[in-house]
Ligand binder design. Structure first.
Ligand code: HAM
Length: 471
C-alpha cells in the first residue's frame, strides 16, 4: 500500500495505490473514490500499466508527425504574411496568473488545472491556455515600450483535467495568436479572418464563425443584474453547474448545452441589447470590416466563452463534423487582461485553435494530406561489399543535401529492396561486387523501375540531379 490522500470534492476523495511486487508492465492497481456532482461517491479501480500513457494524453508517432509538421509549416507561413513573430513561454506559470487572468470562477480554473507545489513550496500550474502567459511575458519584458501593436503567435501543449473523449484531451495542442496595443475594430476583423484563412489553407471548408460582443465591465455589470433578476425564480430548474453559475458567473448560463437550461433562458435578455454606446459602435464596426472582407459569420448572441478575460468581441469557429467537441478555435478581445494581472492598461485580442480537433475535422472531411516519403536514396549492398562502403556513400549523399539511408540489419538484397519500397525511397543504389569492380553502381528509379549503371565517382552528383528533377 502506497498511501491514502484526501482531496476536496467533487472529484477524487481518496486514492489507494497497491504496488505489484513482481516487476513487469503492471506497476500495480489503484482504487479511488470519486465524489460526483450529485454528491454520491463512486469507487473505481484502475490498473497502472507502465507501458501506457496517462489518460487523456497521446503520443504523436512517426507517420502522424508529418501531418503535424504540415500544420506547423502552414502556421509559420501565414503568420509571417500577417506580421506575427513566434513567442515561446514556459509550460508552467505561477498558479495566481491563471486565477487572476482566466478567472477563478471559470471551469478551467476551478476544475481543470494541473496545479502542484514545487520543492520550494510554490504553487505552479501547467498552462491550461496561452493567453495569460503571453500577456504576462508582454508585461514582464515591457513590450509596451516597443512600437505597437505587438503581434505574436505560439504553438504548443496545454493541459486541462477534463473527462477525455473524442476531441478532448488532458494534454492537447494549440496554435494561438495574440495582438497587443490597439482596440481598433479592423484588427478584430483581421484576427478573425486570419483564423478563417488558416482553416481554408489547410483544405477545411466546412466551418462556421460565430461572433458576439460580451461588452465591457461597465455594461456587463448592468446586464448581469438584469439577467440575475430574470432568472431569480428559475434557479432550481437549472442544471447543477448553472445553479452554481447564477451567483458567480451568470452569463455562462446562456451558452449551457443542457436542454433545460436552454429552455429556461430562452426568453432571457441578451448582452447585445445592453451594450453601452462604445461597445455597440465597436461591434458594428467589426461587422462592417468583416463584410468589407467578404467573410461569412453568424451573430450568436448567446456566445459567452469559458474564459473571464473577454471584453467586446468574442468568437468561436465550429465544425459540423466533430460532434460534441465542435469548437475548433475561439478567441476574442481582452482589453482588461493586462491591467488585471498587474501590467499596463493595454488592450489585446487573439484566438487559439485546437490542433487535434482540426486534424480530426480534416480527417472526417477526407482532406488530411497524405504523408509523403521523406527518403531520397536508399543504399543497398549485395555480395561481399563491406557495410562501411554503404555508410560512406550515405554520408556523402547527406552531405549533398539528400535524405539517405542504408541497411543496419544485415538484410539480403531482396529484403533491402523491400524495405526501400516500404520507406518510399525515390531511388535505390545497389553496390554489388561486380559493379564495384567496374567502378560503378546500379541506380534504380523506384517510381518506374528503370535502372542505370553510374560511375562511383559521379554517383552523388548524378543522384542529386535526379532527386531535384523528381521534386
Ligand atoms: P479555448 O476556447 O479555451 O480558448 O480553447 C481554444 C481551442 O482549443 C478550442 O476551440 C479547442 O479547439 C481547443 N481545446 C480546448 N480544450 C481542449 C481539450 N481539452 N482538448 C482538445 N482541444 C481543446 C483559449 O484557450 C483562449 N486562450 C483563446 C484565446 C487566445 N483567446 C484570446 N486569445
Amino acid at each position: 500500500m502506497q498511501g491514502l490522500s484526501r482531496l476536496t470534492s467533487p472529484g477524487v476523495l481518496a486514492r489507494i495505490k497497491m504496488e505489484n511486487k513482481t516487476p513487469g508492465r503492471h506497476w500495480g492497481r489503484e482504487l479511488f473514490c470519486t465524489v460526483e456532482d450529485s454528491g454520491f461517491c463512486t469507487v473505481k479501480e484502475s490498473v497502472i500499466v507502465l507501458t501506457k500513457v496517462p489518460r487523456g494524453t497521446r503520443d504523436i508517432l512517426p507517420g502522424d508527425i508529418e501531418t503535424w509538421q504540415f500544420f506547423e509549416e502552414k502556421v509559420r507561413e501565414l503568420c509571417r504574411l500577417f506580421g506575427y513573430s513566434e513567442i515561446r513561454t514556459p509550460i508552467f506559470e505561477h498558479t495566481e496568473l491563471f486565477l487572476r487572468g482566466v478567472g477563478e470562477v471559470t471551469d478551467i480554473v476551478a476544475k481543470e488545472m494541473y496545479t502542484f507545489t514545487d520543492r520550494g513550496d510554490r504553487s505552479l500550474t501547467l498552462r491550461p491556455e496561452g493567453t495569460a502567459s503571453v500577456a504576462r511575458a508582454y508585461a514582464e519584458h515591457k513590450l509596451y515600450g516597443d512600437a505597437q501593436p505587438i503581434k505574436v503567435y505560439y504553438i504548443g501543449p496545454m493541459f486541462r483535467y477534463d473527462r477525455p473523449q473524442a476531441g478532448r484531451y488532458r494534454q492537447f495542442h494549440q496554435f494561438g495568436v495574440e495582438v497587443f496595443g490597439t482596440s481598433e475594430p479592423t484588427l478584430d476583423a483581421e484576427v478573425m479572418a486570419l483564423s478563417l484563412v488558416f482553416f481554408r489553407s489547410l483544405g477545411l471548408t466546412e466551418f462556421t464563425l460565430e461572433i458576439n460582443s460580451v461588452g465591457c465591465p461597465q455594461c456587463r455589470r448592468a446586464y448581469r443584474d438584469k439577467l440575475q433578476e430574470e432568472l431569480k425564480e428559475k434557479v432550481d430548474g437549472l442544471c447543477p453547474d448553472c445553479a452554481d453559475r447564477y451567483d458567480k458567473n451568470p452569463l455562462r448560463i446562456l451558452d449551457c448545452k443542457n436542454n433545460k437550461c436552454q429552455d429556461i433562458t430562452g426568453d432571457a435578455p441578451l448582452m447585445l441589447g445592453s451594450l453601452c454606446g462604445e461597445c455597440d459602435e465597436h461591434f458594428t464596426a467589426v461587422q462592417e470590416a468583416m463584410d468589407a472582407l467578404g467573410e461569412q459569420y453568424v451573430v450568436n448572441p448567446r456566445l459567452v466563452r469559458g474564459l473571464d478575460y473577454y471584453t467586446k468581441t468574442a468568437f468561436e469557429i465550429v465544425s459540423p463534423v466533430l460532434g460534441a467537441q465542435s469548437s475548433i478555435g475561439g478567441g476574442g478581445r481582452y482589453d482588461q487582461l493586462l491591467s488585471t494581472i498587474g501590467g499596463p492598461d493595454v488592450p489585446g485580442i487573439g484566438f487559439a485553435i485546437g490542433i487535434e480537433r482540426v486534424l480530426l475535422a480534416l480527417e472526417a472531411a477526407g482532406t488530411l494530406p497524405e504523408a509523403g516519403g521523406v527518403l531520397d536514396v536508399y543504399v543497398a549492398t549485395a555480395g561481399a561489399v563491406p557495410a562501411p562502403v554503404a555508410l560512406r556513400l550515405a554520408m556523402d549523399l547527406r552531405g549533398a543535401g539528400l535524405a539517405a539511408e542504408k541497411d543496419y540489419l544485415g538484410r539480403s538484397l531482396k529484403a533491402q529492396m523491400k524495405y526501400a519500397d516500404k520507406k518510399q525511397a525515390k531511388f535505390l543504389v545497389i553496390l554489388g561486387d561486380e559493379e564495384m569492380q567496374r567502378g560503378q553502381a546500379t541506380v534504380r528509379d523506384m517510381k518506374d523501375g528503370s535502372q542505370q549503371d553510374v560511375a562511383l565517382a559521379d554517383l552523388v552528383g548524378y543522384l542529386a540531379g535526379q532527386v531535384k528533377e523528381a521534386k
